[in-house]
Design a protein around this ligand. Sequence first.
Ligand SMILES: [Zn+2]
Length: 168
Amino acid sequence: MWLATGAVWLKAEAQPVGWTWEGQREQIPPEFRWAEMLTIPKPIYDQVIEHLQSAYPKEGCGILGGKGNRVTTWYPMANTENSPVSYLMSPKEQLQVMKRMREDQVEILAIVHSHVASAAYPSSHDVAMAFYPDVAYIVVSLADRAKPEAKSYLIRDGKISEDGLQVV
Ligand SMILES: [Zn+2]
């Protein structure tokens, strides 16, 4: 009895104390990141690409909602800058999307936009406009329109780190 109780106690003590998954994603060793990786179902990913292609040759944008790391909903949005080199979501449409996310009971997981001629990497303007440290920024390059390339980043205090992204 004592041994069994002791073993349970030891096991409980062996758990890391004070570890939080939130905000520490980049510190997780690569072999464990599959559990953390932002996961987008293929049908939703296809809708994202379709919307960004329809905005071409201007940048397109939108928001992905879901729970945990699993995307469940896509909210295509208008690029009010209507520009090939930048994007801006109107405050009015953002409020509408936030309201719909509450109704759908999902959280904001990622902000998506396209680059029509450059790589899938945040521009300095993107970094300056990144106000959400816990939301993934997905950049989709349509430099080769036939082969869209999507990459996900965390942008914190002006620093860019690539985050995992898987389409399943
Ligand atoms: Zn950009």
